[in-house]
Design a binder for this molecule. Structure first.
Ligand code: SF4
Length: 312
């Protein structure tokens, strides 16, 4: 990876679109697929309650079903090609835990991309406690033909937070998964973190940022926590036990986070999506363009950029 070049400091952070253009020389866009996987944090294996903010209907709104993977890839590619004039695609197995199944099922699922010559890569979203050597070997096989990303939901490095939000894994579990994955040099790691988690102050969030700087994953997704209907967070919010970050606080915190990352870590996301009328608060997450524009403006105004406070 080339990272944020000195002459590109005006770009302020290393965008995924820039990375994809550098890597493939054309427009590459993600196509999200719901392969019908479950989640051990919802089905009873980990206690059945799930993360307190989880409402999987808010993720894609697509009908689940492993039988329809090819159809989803096909229609997703058509839609994205029309909307963004995309040339190539990265199939993103997104909702739930996409390594949670028998190895034969995983192989069949990921192999669906082989029917589509314009697919350049795959991204697999999962939990740190749902990975093992066998699955990584399978993903590694795909690196001969595709760009491969594994996306680990972490959210915070603080165990007290992970416990409160009922992630069902610890930070050490994440480190084990991260280090195991690092044995496979061709597999890129993207880490998901959430800003504004209950009980976390700015210093807690910057600890997570510093740690992500130290670990140097190839990519990171940063989300503001938002309250969706039919979640346990909804109850906590309605009882006055949680209030989301304000727009300004999120912008400031996200910029501080970016400053602590290695300049070569690709920023895959700085906003959140919530479809299907599931959003309760904060309303500002719906205006993604304004959010990204304000992050840029703040960075320009104060001459801040990704890696400025990177501890190296
Ligand atoms: S790991 Fe993902 S799918 Fe599972 S309960 Fe948490 S948010 Fe929901």
């Amino acid at each position: 990876m080339s990272g944020l070049k000195a002459e590109n400091k005006n770009k302020r952070y290393y965008r995924f679109s820039t990375y994809l253009k550098e890597k493939f020389g054309c427009r590459v866009y993600k196509v999200c697929v719901d392969a019908g996987f479950g989640c051990p944090n919802r089905d009873g294996k980990k206690g059945a309650k799930g993360c307190i903010y989880c409402n999987t209907a808010g993720f894609t709104g697509s009908a689940a079903g492993e039988e329809r993977i090819c159809e989803q890839i096909k229609t997703g590619m058509e839609r994205v090609r029309r909307k963004y004039s995309a040339d190539k695609f990265m199939v993103y197995f997104q909702p739930n835990t996409n390594t949670y199944g028998k190895i034969s099922k995983l192989k069949k699922t990921y192999s669906a991309v082989r029917a589509f010559p314009d697919v350049a890569g795959i991204a697999v979203g999962t939990r740190p406690d749902c990975i093992n050597e066998e699955i990584l070997k399978l993903l590694n096989e795909f690196t001969y033909d595709y760009e491969v990303w594994i996306e680990y939901g972490l959210q915070s490095i603080h165990d007290k937070t992970l416990e409160f939000i009922n992630r069902g894994h610890s930070y050490d579990d994440f480190l084990d998964a991260f280090n195991l994955t690092r044995k496979y040099k061709e597999i890129n790691i993207c880490v998901h973190v959430i800003l504004g988690l209950p009980g976390e102050n700015s210093s807690d969030m910057m600890d997570t940022a510093d740690e992500m700087g130290r670990l140097k994953p190839e990519g990171i997704k940063i989300h503001p926590l938002h309250v969706m209907k039919r979640t346990r967070l909804e109850t906590i919010y309605r009882e006055g036990g949680y209030w989301p970050l304000s727009f300004d606080d999120y912008i400031n915190t996200a910029v501080g986070f970016l400053e602590r990352l290695n300049p070569e870590t690709v920023i895959q996301r700085l906003s959140a999506d919530c479809r299907g009328g599931n959003l309760l608060a904060p309303g500002w997450i719906k205006n993604k363009n304004k959010l990204l524009s304000c992050i840029n403006k703040l960075m320009e105004r104060e001459n801040r950029y990704q890696g400025r406070l990177y501890a190296g």
